[in-house]
Write a new protein. Sequence first.
Length: 323
Amino acid sequence: MVRPADRRRCRASGQAAVVAVAVLLAAACSADPAPSADPSASARVSAARLSSALPDDPVRMVLPATGAETRWTQGLDVFVRQEARTTATKCARDHGTALPEQAPLTFIRYYELPDLAFVARHGLSESAAVPAAAAGPATSGTANTGTAVPGGNGAMSGVGATAGSAGTAGTAGTAVVRRCLADGTAAASKLRDSYAALQGRWFDTLVSLRRDPAVLRALRTLPGCLAGHGIRVRDENGFFALADTQEQTVAPDRLPVVERALGSTYAECMRPVEAVREPARLRLRARFLADHATEVRSLRDTLVPSLHRAAEKNGLRLAFPAP
């Protein structure tokens, strides 16, 4: 299961990077227990599945305006990171060495655009398992836990066994690994660079909604709704801080039940907020598309063909989490 630290929010910065792992600093007023849930009902919920259906417009995958659209964004992000890992692994195999062990990839939510239907069904963190590449890295897997760092590196334990643990052989093996990881990063960048700058500007644009009077009024309803479920916190960040505590301290066999109970409560209480924010984001996107018409036209012409070429070349699969 994805741990709470893997939740994402859009980052308001001038960097080209699109998102960052959320750092939830606000504390709850009180730490009431998580809402109770019926384990048998929780157990009846099937696992999240995968979809291969692309959006009718790639804009919805790169510049999401709704929670449901972020499922495509998550799949795109994973695909690009798989491109990095697969390219690096092929390079290492060609040179008779191995890559460092890396945590399995995972779909990571964008809580700046919460997918309430998904959260209500599967909880705050659980998602579908990332499919393995057909010729993918031996060190990556399909478990639903992982890192939010694209192409992130683990320990160098995989190198010594193949490339030698000392002397010239070990040094040469390490150099090969560095070169192969760089090749993987370059392959991923070739895909990502076609949309990353535009996507970064879009997420920066969304930050303006945090100050929108209608959104602020809607958010003021959240503490009262949560209190009706036995969760007394100041705001959304307080809820996530409390949820993190609950998820990290609950007995492992109770975690799925707590996750889904918290997710159901969050989804219910955030619906009035999203009823205001979602139309506002759609209006913002319409203006954004008009303001960046040339870049958007290029995105529509080139993104999907480039993804299909990468998938065919490296045995990858475009896949997206689905309820």
